[in-house]
Ligand binder design. Structure first.
Ligand code: AMP
Length: 442
């Protein structure tokens, strides 16, 4: 039993005794009940304790640290135009730009009724706008570590008044090699502060990080150790590498999925799958570390708006993606690190919704599968691929003339406009446009 469970659990946000401005913001978001991590963490943060929290993205962890910190900063809220009246009081470190932006968006929403300023700084974007925001003064600074150090080096991010430090997705920060940056940042912060560490997974490295960053922390866990979220239905199919795209499209059709996030291990594999999907007329996009920031944001936005049906992503690029009601995640390739499996499937089945995680496992991936199974402490049964859906009722010839000569795949696919690869129809009905030829060879 965690120490925190000794506290009386709150069933409403009002019972958490948050400031009325925050309660109004929460109500405006439509949240009525705190999630388990919020119930556990908020009273402890309000009480001033350091926290070691195990919670995956999707559990409501952002509000779990943002709401109590804003509550504690309320006495400092002011409308003065003087930058000196708006020192950085809360610093939130996140591993990726996407997560940093998402956390910042949340902070801005929860703080909208309080005169507290916030901003976000991350690499891969221009310095000027970020510098202007820092010069004007902000109470809450959300940052990726490298860019924060740039601004600190230029004396624009002054961290000597930080009272609250949050390390979000700490395991990922370590995976990405941020430990040296974190240590440098730590040296810029006052020793007397409150520190909250959130991590989806715990291991010895996280414990070492906690020992050097936190003081007498309380541990909060909302899921069993390293357990994959239980709301997610997890299925695995045996599929040869070359047949994976067909299997993906078939499952999407048979299950009637409106959208899915599709994980590959590498940037090259992500690009390759993206191009093949595009040639099939599927509305797809790819995000990975080599993509320009603006392209990544556009792809995410398109996905959130439903314009993009399949978003192909590498593990790092997908960190922190928060899409309400994402129905399905595909492990097109199993991850090298078993904990990434947990991160991946945590993208679906969010905040109480059920989700589906489908792994397409080739014979070469059996070792990776065994690693995942050890990590989640459960066996993933390999089930046969679903049968192709029955042919649709014949379309009126004038409406879709190309369906008439669909050959052996009739009913599942209509032939592509250029006759090279069959084009997916039904669910993914792409806008009628010529497939792009990007000259890629597979
Ligand atoms: P997070 O784990 O912070 O990424 O949050 C996951 C999702 O849950 C986000 O879309 C939040 O907006 C949403 N959320 C956070 N708190 C609540 C709540 N108490 N009730 C319902 N949804 C929530």
């Amino acid at each position: 039993m965690s120490e925190s469970s000794a506290l009386e659990a709150a069933n409403t946000f009002e019972e958490l005794r948050l400031a009325p401005e925050l309660l109004a913001a929460v109500a405006a978001m439509g949240y009525t009940t705190p999630t388990p991590i919020q119930r556990e963490a908020i009273p402890l943060v309000l009480a001033g304790r350091d926290l070691l929290a195990q919670a995956q993205t999707g559990t409501g962890k952002t509000a779990a640290f943002t709401l109590p910190l804003l509550h504690k900063m309320k006495p400092f809220a002011n409308t003065s135009t003087s930058p000196a009246r708006h020192p950085v009081r809360a610093l939130v470190l996140a591993p990726t730009r996407e997560l940093a932006i998402q956390v910042y968006d949340n902070v801005a929403m929860y703080a909208k009724n309080l005169p507290l300023r916030s901003t976000v700084v991350y690499g891969g974007a221009g310095m000027q706008e970020q510098e202007a925001a820092l010069r004007a003064g902000v109470e809450v600074l959300v940052a990726t570590p490298g860019r924060l150090l740039d601004h600190a080096g230029n004396k624009l991010a002054l961290l000597n008044q930080v009272q609250f430090l949050v390390l979000d997705e700490a395991d990922r920060m370590l995976d990405m090699g941020f430990m040296p940056d974190l240590k440098r940042i730590l040296n810029l912060l006052p020793a007397k502060r409150q520190t909250l560490l959130f991590s989806a997974t715990f291991n010895d490295e996280i414990t070492r990080l906690a020992n050097s960053f936190l003081q007498n922390p309380l541990k909060v866990e909302v899921a069993r150790k390293n357990s994959a979220t239980e709301l997610v239905e997890q299925v695995a199919h045996r599929v040869a590498e070359d047949d994976k795209m067909e299997a993906l499209l078939r499952i999407v059709r048979v299950r009637g999925l409106s959208q899915a996030l599709v994980f590959t291990r590498t940037k090259i594999a992500a690009d390759k799958l993206y191009r093949r999907l595009q040639r099939r007329g599927v509305e797809a996009a790819a995000i990975h570390g080599d993509k320009a920031q603006v392209d990544r944001l556009l792809a995410l936005e398109g996905f959130k708006q439903g314009k993009i049906k399949l978003l192909v992503a590498t593990d790092i690029a997908a960190r922190g993606i928060d899409i309400a009601e994402l129905p399905c995640v595909f492990n097109y390739e199993l991850p090298y690190h078993p904990e990434d499996y947990v991160h991946r499937i945590g993208r679906t089945g969010r905040a109480g919704a059920s989700g589906l995680a489908v792994s397409l496992v080739s014979a070469e991936e059996d070792k990776l599968l065994a690693g995942v199974e050890r990590f989640i402490n459960r066996k993933l049964e390999i089930s046969p691929l679903p049968s192709p859906p029955p042919p649709p009722a014949p379309a009126r010839p004038a409406a879709r003339p190309e369906a008439a000569d669909a050959g052996s795949t009739a009913g599942t696919y209509a032939r592509g406009r250029r006759g090279r690869e069959p084009q997916v129809c039904a669910l993914f009905l792409p806008p009628v446009r010529p497939a792009q030829d990007d000259g890629a060879h597979e």
